[in-house]
Ligand binder design. Structure first.
Ligand SMILES: [Zn+2]
Length: 75
């Protein structure tokens, strides 16, 4: 289901997700979400074929990270 690009970055992305989930407050969460967003953006750029199913998953991760960052701005 995942391509070699995503497989290579998967551990790093999972680690960032774990950090977001375990972060004590929204400021810390948003900090890790920024890292995740940057990493996912880079990963999407590396995909030549943007119609791959894994790119949709990456876009979803991107939206989730952006939402966390947006929430921090509202606090
Ligand atoms: Zn991929």
């Amino acid at each position: 289901m995942q391509c070699s690009l995503c497989l290579g970055a998967n551990l790093e992305i999972e680690n960032l997700n774990k950090k977001i989930n375990n972060a004590k407050d929204i400021v810390a969460k948003a900090g890790f979400a920024q890292d995740l967003l940057a990493r996912v953006n880079l990963l999407i750029e590396q995909h030549k074929d943007k119609t791959l199913p894994c790119v949709s998953v990456l876009n979803l991760r991107k939206r989730t990270a952006a939402l966390i960052i947006k929430t921090k701005r509202l606090v």
